[in-house]
Ligand binder design. Structure first.
Ligand code: NAP
Length: 248
């Protein structure tokens, strides 16, 4: 029977690339999105083309009722859950902390921190052996910004990813004997549409050229690391923070 993953924010970027690659490995994928249903349906098409199966599931990760419904819909449609890729995340226009509004900071923390915690909580409830689950896998999509701090651009975003790293370590220890491995990938400058929402569409290409490896990364390269962490090849890996950042 095919394994089943829920990927939050899979209508484009790293989430879509991960869905496609899991499809190629024969997984069934719940493609979560917040706004762009057409883009989510395109991901579903790409997963099918790659050899897997998928369904699109609308839901705001920052809304508890949406998150619970998202997992219910996934289990209803695909029969089980084996993995969560906690990928949905946003940035906001670059500026120093002194200029940030409380609305901006709250929205970012709601999606990047509360959303990630709610999705991980729901996965823990359903996967833990002590709660009747069959074990499973969680991969959090953090950022090397958690190490660098995002000065003058997004200390709010960087802090949200620091929270995700800490949650990864704590939850991995909490769930290790429940049959659930919890890890994070920390991408560097990856060429996706997220940079446009920060006000600088070419950010990854320009800043990627200054990294040790000399270029930005692709969503497919991040997906490879996520899919490895979800595979049996990583069976002794938990509580790990895997940088996918070209040495940055
Ligand atoms: P992206 O292209 O902007 O895609 C973001 C995805 O998140 C979209 O599918 C979007 O769906 C979804 N989303 C946004 N808000 C949501 C919400 N409230 N609930 C559910 N889904 C929501 O971003 P990306 O570059 O692929 O980034 C994916 C993850 O990697 C993020 O957590 C990001 O912080 C992290 N990351 C990215 C980079 C990079 O350089 N790209 C580097 C480090 C870390 P809709 O369009 O339907 O709203």
């Amino acid at each position: 029977m095919a394994k089943v993953a829920l990927i939050t924010g899979a209508s484009r970027g790293i989430g879509r690339a991960t869905a496609r690659l899991l499809g190629a490995h024969g997984w069934s994928v719940g493609v979560n999105f917040a706004r762009d249903e057409q883009a989510a349906q395109e991901t579903v098409r790409q997963v099918s083309q790659a050899g897997g199966s998928a369904c699109a599931i609308r839901g705001n990760v920052a809304d508890e009722a949406d998150v619970i419904a998202m997992f219910d819909v996934l289990e209803g449609a695909l029969g089980r859950i084996d993995a969560l890729v906690n990928n949905a995340g946003i940035v906001a226009p670059a500026m120093p902390l002194a200029d940030m509004s409380v609305t901006r900071i709250k929205q970012l923390f709601d999606i990047n921190i509360l959303g990630a915690y709610l999705c991980a909580r729901e996965a823990a409830r359903r996967m833990s052996r002590g709660r009747g689950g069959a074990g499973g896998l969680i991969v959090n999509v953090s950022s090397v910004a958690a190490r660098h701090g995002g000065p003058n651009e997004y200390v709010d975003y960087a802090g949200s990813k620091g929270a995700m790293d800490t949650m990864t370590i704590g939850l991995a220890k909490e769930l290790a004997r429940e049959g659930v491995r919890v890890n994070a990938v920390r991408p560097g400058f990856i060429d996706t549409e997220i940079h446009a929402s920060g006000g600088w569409p070419d950010r990854a290409a320009v800043l990627g050229a200054q990294t040790p490896i000399g270029r930005s990364g692709s969503a497919d390269e991040v997906a490879e690391a996520i899919v490895w962490l979800l595979s049996d090849a990583a069976s002794y890996v938990t509580a790990a923070l895997l940088d996918v950042s070209g040495g940055r």
